[in-house]
Every structure is written in structure tokens, then in C-alpha cells.
Design a protein around this ligand. Structure first.
Ligand SMILES: NC(=O)c1ccc[n+]([C@@H]2O[C@H](COP(=O)([O-])OP(=O)(O)OC[C@H]3O[C@@H](n4cnc5c(N)ncnc54)[C@H](OP(=O)(O)O)[C@@H]3O)[C@@H](O)[C@H]2O)c1
Length: 318
């Protein structure tokens, strides 16, 4: 891959961290905006990375970030908004995408990659999250003649440091009986390094221009099976109680008003549609996706013998 100038919006997040590590290793010059520069100083280990504190919702900020860029990768996304009426999702997904496309065209950026989500649909989307992602996709597709863009639609993404498996793991540690909303929701968890691999391919494979790729891992699970697998990997015996629709909806309503909004009615509506692929986006890239069940013990498993020895040494004051 030739060395390029690449702006990664949302580069400070879970997927962004992994992507930036891979891009930085290849010697690309990276521009990464953030709202909270101090929180992401760890990224400055990459000598070829500019971390800029700025407001990417301003068109002039995007213009300055995209000037001279060979590619823009947009990973910005939220799972929950501050309010409850969908305007937060529209601002971060739909309106930001409109500005990103305008600025790419204005600055003659030749390449855009957008990380959307499976089931994104501007008209039929089950939730504000999925509709606003669908609206973002529509805006990008409308500019297809002038801008080479690839849209990626992953199922749920997992990997060390994700919020998906780690949030369930934290709750499982606390609760002997686990009341699980939407236990029958089905999904095909996809490994973060595989998603990153596809983004890297998009940057230098012109055959992927104008394509939408669905990205699923090779295993399909219900949410209940996933939580049970997480508990098993942690070697923690827990009773997982699947809630019926009425109680799932009640749990979503209560947690929507809980500090930090750990779950919401919008999340629940997204879970009502199975997050499964109807076609294999990986097949176009030559990447074989990894198995969820094989990898999760890597970060959720019990402490290794070496960890235990370290704890014992510290306890003994050595
Ligand atoms: N993780 C998954 O399971 C999954 C599944 C399907 C699709 N996706 C999509 O994949 C993308 C990346 O996911 P991720 O898990 O890496 O997300 P993440 O860890 O939550 O990171 C989100 C990023 O978006 C930025 N951001 C959030 N709200 C913003 C706002 N209001 N204005 C400007 N920037 C904002 C954050 O930047 P700062 O805080 O530094 O400003 C952060 O870098 C998202 O678009 C997500 O919807 C993720």
C-alpha cells in the first residue's frame, strides 16, 4: 500500500484504536480529531499521528482536516443519544455524514469508507440508530458518481477492550441471576481485527469502490447463548433468565433513565431485528473471519498462572 494522508473520524474509539495501530505501522500520515484530546494521549505513541481537539460538526473543521487527504474513514457512531427523540442520532450519523461527504467533495478527497451497521435502513429501520445510519448511507450513495465510497455493515463487533462482551462480563460478576432482555435476538459477532482488515483493503482495492459489504463472523448465536458463553469463559456459574417481551421492554424503559443509560428502548428496538448477514462481504476481500467462541477466553478467561503469580508477589510485598 502506498503511503497516504488519512483522516480517521472516530479514530479514538474501540475500532479506531485497532485501525490506527495498523495504519500507523504502514507509515501513513494520520489525522485524528477528538473532543477530548487529553483522554487519548496514548495514541501519540504513533509518531506519524496528529491528534487534534476540535468540533467535527463544523464544516470548516472538516475542510481543514480533509485538506490534502487521500482517504477519509468515518467511524463516528453512538449507541445512545442524550435525549429520546432521535435527534441525537440524526446529528451524529445523518448530519455529520452529510457534512463529511460535502467536505470530501470540496477538498477532492478521492476515497471514503463509512462504518455503518447491519439492518441500517432510512425508511424501515427498527430504531432511531438504524434509521439514522440508513440515512447516512443514502447520502453517501447519492454522491457515488463523484466520490468513491465503501459502506461496511458489521454485526456486533468484539475484541479485547470492546464494550459488548466486557459490559456483560462486568454485570455477570455482580449478579448471581442475570435478567436478560431480548434473549432470542440473533447475531454473528465479528472480530475487530477482521473489520479493520476489511477497512485496510478498501483503501487500496478499487474493486470495492461503491460497494456495501455486510460483515458477519462465522458463528451465529442468540443473545442468551452469547451471555452463557461469556459466563463459561469467565468460569463463572450464573443463571441467565431470558425476559419475555413485556419485561424486556420494561427493563429498557427503566435503564433508559438510569445514569449512563446502560440500555434503552432504542437499543431494544434494534435488537428486535436479527443482526445477521444475507451475503458474505468477507468473500470479496479474501479475509476469513475469526470464531467468537475461540477468541473470547483470551480476555475474559480466568487470570493466567503468571497473573496469579504476580498478584501473589504483590500481596507478599515483593
Ligand atoms: N462496536 C460495535 O459492536 C459496532 C457494531 C456495528 C456498527 N458499529 C459502528 O462502528 C463505528 C465504530 O464503533 P466503535 O465501537 O469503535 O465506537 P466507539 O468506541 O463508541 O467510538 C466512537 C467514536 O465516535 C466519536 N464520537 C462519539 N460521539 C461523537 C459526537 N457526538 N461527536 C463527535 N464524535 C463523536 C468518539 O470520539 P471522541 O469521543 O474522541 O470525540 C469515538 O472516537 C460506529 O459508527 C458504530 O456505530 C459498531
Amino acid at each position: 500500500m502506498k503511503k497516504s494522508v488519512i483522516c480517521v473520524l472516530g479514530g479514538t474509539g474501540f475500532v479506531g484504536h485497532r485501525l490506527l495501530a495498523r495504519l500507523a505501522n504502514q507509515g501513513h500520515h494520520l489525522r485524528v480529531p477528538t473532543r477530548y484530546r487529553e483522554d487519548h494521549r496514548d495514541l501519540l505513541v504513533h509518531p506519524n499521528l496528529e491528534l487534534r481537539q476540535c468540533d467535527i460538526h463544523r464544516q470548516e473543521t472538516l475542510d481543514s482536516l480533509f485538506e490534502g487527504c487521500d482517504s477519509v474513514i468515518n467511524l463516528v457512531g453512538i449507541l445512545n443519544e442524550k435525549g429520546h427523540d432521535g435527534s441525537g442520532f440524526r446529528q451524529v450519523h445523518t448530519e455529520l455524514s452529510r457534512k463529511v461527504v460535502d467536505s470530501c467533495l470540496q477538498n477532492q478527497v478521492p476515497r471514503l469508507v463509512y462504518l455503518s451497521a447491519l439492518n441500517a435502513d432510512d425508511e424501515q429501520g427498527a430504531s432511531h440508530y438504524l434509521r439514522s445510519k440508513g440515512e447516512a448511507e443514502r447520502i453517501i450513495r447519492r454522491s457515488a458518481r463523484e466520490l468513491a465510497a465503501t459502506i461496511l455493515q458489521p454485526s456486533v463487533i468484539f475484541g479485547a477492550g470492546d464494550s459488548f462482551t466486557n459490559r456483560f462480563a462486568s454485570l455477570l460478576r455482580l449478579l448471581p441471576v442475570f435478567p436478560l432482555a431480548a434473549p432470542r435476538a440473533r447475531m454473528a459477532p465479528v472480530y475487530v481485527e477482521d473489520v479493520v482488515g476489511v477497512i485496510m483493503r478498501c483503501l487500496d482495492d478499487q474493486a470495492l469502490n461503491g460497494k456495501t459489504l455486510q460483515l458477519c463472523g462465522p458463528q451465529v448465536f442468540s443473545l442468551r447463548e452469547i451471555v452463557q458463553l461469556i459466563a463459561k469463559s469467565m468460569q463463572c456459574k450464573r443463571l441467565v433468565v431470558g425476559l419475555p417481551d413485556s419485561l424486556s421492554s420494561l427493563q429498557a424503559t427503566l435503564l433508559e433513565y438510569w445514569p449512563g443509560k446502560p440500555f434503552s428502548r432504542d437499543n431494544y428496538r434494534s435488537l428486535k431485528v436479527h443482526s445477521l448477514c444475507s451475503e458474505d462481504g468477507f468473500a470479496r476481500t479474501g479475509i476469513s473471519p475469526h470464531h467468537f467462541s475461540r477468541l473470547i477466553p483470551g480476555w475474559l478467561g480466568p487470570a493466567t498462572t503468571r497473573d496469579k503469580r504476580d498478584v501473589a508477589r504483590r500481596a507478599a510485598g515483593r
